[in-house]
Design a protein around this ligand. Sequence first.
Ligand code: ADP
Ligand code: ZN
Ligand code: ZN
Length: 750
Amino acid sequence: MVAEVIINRGAKKLNRTFDYNIPKELEELILVGSKVLVPFGNGGKLTEAFVVGIKEKSDFEVKDIAKLEENLSNKQIALAKWMAKRYFCNVSDCIKLMLTPGTRNKNKEKRIQDKTINCVYLKKDIEEIEFEIETGKIKSEKHKKILNFIKDNEGATVPEIEMFTDCSRAIVNTLVKNGYLEIVEKKVERNPLLRRECEKTDKLNLTEEQENAYKCVEEAIDNKEYKQFLLYGVTGSGKTEVYLQLIEKVLNKGDNAIVLVPEISLTPQMLDRFISRFGKEDIAILHSKLSIGERHDEWERIREKKARIVIGARSAIFAPIENIGIIIIDEEHDSSYKSETNPRYHAKEIAKIIARENQAPLVLGSATPDIQTFYNATNKDENGNTKIQLLTLTKRANQSSLPKVEIIDLKQELANGNRSMLSMELYNSIEENLKQKRQTILFLNRRGYSTFIMCRNCGYTVKCPNCNISMTYHSYERKLKCHYCGHEEKIVTTCPECHSDKIRYFGTGTQKLEQEIHKQFPNASTIRMDIDTVTKKNSHEEILNTFKNENIDILIGTQMVVKGHHFPNVTLVGVIAADSSLNIDDYRANERTFQILTQVAGRAGRENLPGKVVIQTYNPDNFSIICAQKQDYNMFYETEIALRKQLKYPPFCDIIVIGFNSYHEAEIKNIANTIYQYLEQRLNKEEFKTFKPMPCPIDKIQNRYRWRMIIKGNMTEEANAVLNACLKNIYKQNIKDTRIAIDINPNNMS
Ligand code: ADP
Ligand code: ZN
Ligand code: ZN
C-alpha cells in the first residue's frame, strides 16, 4: 500500500501530496490522519508528514515511511482539508491545530516528556512476605519496616518511603534487587485544576425565561438534532446557569460537551462555576496561558476519555473529544474567536461543522450579539424560518437592577473651562464613592493603533465620503487616508463644520489617566490593568484579585476590565472617552462601541448596591452611545443593520482582505496588480467590488512593506475557488519573498 502524505512545512510549494510506501509492519496501523516521519528532500532527512490518502500503488518509485507517530481521525483530516480551502492556507497548518500540544517538535529529544514519578509496589505475594518475616528469613528491621509500609501504601513514591520509614533509598533498591519490591514508572497529570477546591453547588430553579430557553435546546439534544441557537440575555440574566443545566443533561445521556469562552474571561471565577457543579475530574481546560506540559496533559486526558467537558478559548474547538452532545460559545460576539494568524479561521464556523457532524445543538450566548448572528436569528426566509433560533432572557436572574447610565458631553465641559480628563460629574461621583468606601472602575476605550483627528469644539471627525469610515492620519505624508478605498484628503487645521481651530489628534493612555487620578485624589489607591501591566502568567487574574481582595479604590484599565467579572463592591464605572472606538477605521466601529459600553456598564451594581455609570463623550448624540445608555440592544440593532444594508457591509457581504508583505515593494506591486487583474476578470462585477491594491495603514513593519487589496462581496464557494486558483497561479511564479494572506472579515484592518 502507498500513502499520500503532506509534508509539515509552511512553504506554499509543499501544499500538495507526495507518495510513500507503507512498510508491511505498519500496514494495519497507518490510516488517513496518521502523523508519520518520512525521508524527504535531497539528504533524505526524516521529516514530519501527515497521511491524507491511501492507495494501492504509486506511479513513481517511492521510499518507505520511516515511522508512525500519532493518529488523527478521518473527520479531522476532512476538516483540515476544508479549512485549507476556506482560509487559504496549507493543510498541514490546519492539522497542527488538531495534534497533541507539545509533541510536534521536530527534534525528538526536545519534546515535552510526560512527567512521571516512580511508584513502589510489592513484587512478591503478600502472604509469602509475611511468612518470611514471621519465620525470620527477613531479618533487617529496616527491610521489615519498608515492606510493612508498602503493604499498606502500595504505589508510594521513594521520597514518601524515605519520609515515613526513616530508611534510605539504598534499602529500597536492595529490596528491589532481591525481588521483594518493584518500581513502576507512572505518568502524572499536570492538571491545572488540581489545586482548586470549591464547594459543590446544586442546580438552581430556573426562572420562566430560563426554563423556556432550556426546553428548546433540550428538545434538540433529545432528538439528536443539529441546530443553532442564540441565547440572547442581558448581563446577569442567568445564561451560565442555562449552560450548566444543558451540559448536565448531555452528560446524563453519556455524551460530552465543549464550551468556548473568550481567552480573557477564562478566569478562576468563571471556571469555579463549572467545577462546583461538575467536579474537576470531568473538566479539561485549554488556553494559551497554560504551559505546554499542561496543555499536553489536558489534551491526553480528553483523548483518553477522562474529561467530558472541555472548556477553553478558540483553539479548544479542535480538542480530541468524541460524542459531542452540545457546543456552547459564550460571549459569541467576542473578536478572539477569530484567528488573526495563519490559519485565519473562525471558531464559530468550525463549531458549526463539528456540531453538525455530531448532530448536536450549537448554542451561542451573548448580551450584545454579533450583528451577523442577530441578523441570522431574526431574518426570516421565504418559509418563515431563521438560520438560528432566538432564545431571549430579558430580566436579571438575581433581581438586581441595571445601573443608571449618564452621558456627559465633553464639548460642554470644555466650554465650561474644564480641561481635565474627568468631567465634573465623574469627578464628583468618584469623590462620593471614595467617601462611601465603594470601588470604582475607570475604563479607557482604546482599540487599534491608528490616530484619528477630531474637533474638540463640535465633535466633528473626518470621515471618508465613500465608506463612512474615519480617516486615519499618516504623519509622514501629512495626509488623511481612508483605509478601505484609499481616498485621500489634506489634513485640516480648522474644523469644516464649526470653523474652530480646536482640531486635535487622539490617543490617550491609561498611564496618563492614572497620574491624573493621583493628582486629583491623592489619597485614593489605584491599580492599572492594560497591555503593559498584564504580561506574565496569571497576572491579569492577580490584578483583579488584588483589586477585589485588598479593596483598592480605583481600577484603571482598557478592554480587559470589561469582560465578565463580578465585583460586588463596584458601584461606579466611568468611561473616559467613548469616542476612540467610534473612530476606528472599521465598519464595526459602532458595534464595538455599543458592545464595550454595554459590557462595561454591566460591571456596576451587580448585587444589592445600586450602580452608576458615567460615559464621557464628544458625540453624545451618537446612536451607539445612546443605545448603550438605555441598554437597548434592539434599538441599536435596528439602526446599525439599516446602515450596514445601505453601505453594503456584513452581513450583506463579506470584506475580503488580501494582504501582502515583502522587503521588495516592487515585487508586491507586481504581484498585487496581477492578482487584481485576475480577479477583476473572473469575479462577477455585479456581486463583487474589487478595490485597487494600496499600502496598508501601517505600511511598513520591520522593513517589510505592507500592501493590501479589499474585495467586497459574498464569499461563495465559486468565489473561494477563484481565489484559490488565483493563488495557485501566483505561487507558480518565481516569488522572491512576498507573503500573501487572505482574510475574510478580519478583526484588525491596520
Ligand atoms: P449571565 O451569564 O447571563 O451574565 P449569570 O449566569 O452569571 O448570568 O447569573 C447572574 C447571577 O444570577 C448569578 O449570581 C447567578 O447565580 C444568579 N442566577 C442565575 N440563574 C438563577 C436562578 N434561576 N435563580 C436564582 N439566581 C440565579
Ligand atoms: Zn468643529
Ligand atoms: Zn473610503
